[in-house]
Design a protein around this ligand. Sequence first.
Ligand SMILES: N[C@@H](CCC(=O)N[C@@H](CS)C(=O)NCC(=O)O)C(=O)O
Length: 212
Amino acid sequence: MSYKLFYAPGAASMAVHWMLIELDVPFETVLVDIDSSAPRDPEYLRLNPTGRVPTLVIDGVAYGESVAQIMMLAERHPGSGLLPDAGSPGRDEWLQLTIYIANTLMPAMRDWLYAAKDGDPDGAHAVKALAERRIRSVWDDFEKRLSGDGDYLLGDRFGTVDMLAVMLMRWSRHMECAATGRPVLRRYIDRVMTRPSYIELNIREGLSGWPL
Ligand SMILES: N[C@@H](CCC(=O)N[C@@H](CS)C(=O)NCC(=O)O)C(=O)O
């Protein structure tokens, strides 16, 4: 299996990069400058017509969508322990939470971060306010999950949903609803960030300064 990840530091590629590190499989990375105002390289657009990151090339075939990429990696490496096995207790809950993150949290984050670029800049304030309301309701859900016995979103095992959640919590750092402002979420972030894979990810992506 060969993997090539097109990424930008701290972007939606972060969770996929983290997953590859957790799986401890060989992979290549290619940096994409998503902040440049120059048109995206046509070569890149051929791989991912949205021009966004991440793009994951698996055995020569390019795929977009970070959550789908994580699920593809999970399927290709069964027994990783990063998700409940097919047919095992907890698998349905894993699917539900993964889709909830992809359908509810990720679009709200995109709306907040790109309100003025994706839409009418005059309406950006209202879009961001609605996005923030949606993000708060997800944090409420995560808080409930983390107030039980388990240390992680799906109980006592770290997994794919935690990589997605922590990446997205990081994105909230400049929002009024920053995840770190909630003690239960802050303790969870502090727990996850001690993982060697997270430390390695931050080194490889040159990230620092979160959480403060
Ligand atoms: N739903 C996509 C969202 C990807 C996305 O929005 N990526 C952002 C970075 S976090 C990006 O590439 N932004 C640059 C742009 O929109 O031009 C995914 O999860 O892969």
